[in-house]
Ligand binder design. Structure first.
Ligand code: SIN
Length: 346
């Protein structure tokens, strides 16, 4: 069996709480990736390597962590004895990292991101099950010659370009926007203590592994979504500054004009704006005026939507391009890459 390399970046999956009964009062990114592996009995005997690439709460994700990830992926995916890579990550910006990696990866081997909604010290920690599933997905995918980037959470495999966090605290917190999961995993039910099941259902959650809809058989697609194949070298560049601006009632463009005023005094000038627009990427008239001023000063403007599903499809007469399918945060990554010369839409 070829090896699976697990790259740790932090997140709630590596989080700990002083008082395990107060699961919301925890700190992310406390345990090392090797400690996470040790907590999963099913991984004993599996040929694994762990590498701590970063240790961050993913709300603080940065280009420099992405650069370190790119270097580690470059190093380990090249090795013949490596079947693929798992990345442990925070849930908050997982969709951005997933999209970025999909644009750059050559797609030859599987790269699987996983995370957790409950910290490692919680009585119903979901990290160990998700990590076990992620390693299995790498192994299965490698056997089926499937390469590319996916996310594995709560028994489902999501395409990197579609995955997004869609719930702030439920264990089943991810979906694919309009895209269904690539695979729904068949899993051994996790034995949860009765009081945990009761506590979860009081909170309106379905206990993981207890009654969750699972397929009789797993159905694997014969291809995963294509990768951009642009190469990790793009992460060595300095990131162009791209900001997200939301269109909302009273959006009069003040924020855009403030950015333009600041842009003249900074070493990292504003290069792009992604608008999280209303509905089908529409923009308040006041904000539109300010965006025109930005565009005149050489700032690239793209439109996404604040609405969870549907994306912004191109229409005749669009003043600025709409971004189909991606969240505003993913569209920001796409625009940064585009300004570096990478043209990729998942
Ligand atoms: C994080 O994104 O690092 C913290 C939250 C989480 O992982 O659920």
């Amino acid at each position: 069996m070829r090896r699976v390399v697990i790259l740790g970046t932090g997140g709630t999956i590596a989080g700990t709480a002083q008082d395990p009964s107060r699961q919301w009062a925890y700190r992310a990114a406390q345990l090392s990736v090797s400690q996470l592996v040790e907590a999963v009995p099913e991984l004993e005997g599996v040929p694994l390597e762990t590498v701590q690439v970063a240790q961050v709460d993913s709300k603080d994700m940065s280009w420099s962590v992405w650069r370190a990830l790119g270097r580690a992926l470059h190093e380990h995916l090249e090795r013949d004895e490596v079947a693929g890579v798992v990345i442990t990550h925070g849930t908050d910006t997982l969709e951005e990292t997933a999209y970025l990696l999909q644009a750059l990866h050559d797609g030859a081997k599987p790269v699987v991101l996983t995370a957790a909604m409950f910290p490692a010290t919680s009585p119903h920690a979901d990290g160990p099950t998700n990590l076990r599933d992620a390693v299995r997905v790498v192994q299965e995918a490698a056997q089926r010659c499937l390469g590319g980037v996916v996310a594995v959470m709560h028994g489902r495999v999501w395409s990197a370009g579609a995955v997004r966090k869609s719930h702030t605290h439920a264990p089943d917190a991810f979906d694919g926007g309009d895209a269904p999961p690539l695979v729904t995993l068949k899993r051994e039910p996790v034995e949860l203590e009765e009081d945990v099941v009761k506590a979860l259902s009081r909170l309106g959650f379905r206990a993981q592994g207890a009654g969750a809809a699972e397929p009789a058989e797993e159905s694997w697609t014969s291809v995963w979504h294509r990768c951009g194949r642009w190469g990790w070298g793009y992460l060595e560049a300095d990131p162009p500054r791209v900001e997200i601006v939301c269109s909302h009632a009273d959006a009069d463009g003040w924020i855009v004009r403030a950015m333009l005023a600041q842009a003249q005094t900074t070493t990292r000038p504003l290069r792009g704006i992604v608008v999280a627009g209303t509905g089908h990427g529409t923009i308040h008239a006041g904000l539109t005026e300010a965006l025109r001023e930005a565009a005149c000063q050489g700032v690239t403007v793209w439109r996404s939507s604040r609405v969870a599903r549907g994306g912004v499809l191109p229409r005749e007469g669009d003043e600025w391009p709409g971004v189909p399918h991606l969240t505003a945060a993913q569209a920001r990554v796409a625009l940064m890459l585009s300004l570096l010369g990478v043209s990729f839409m998942a």
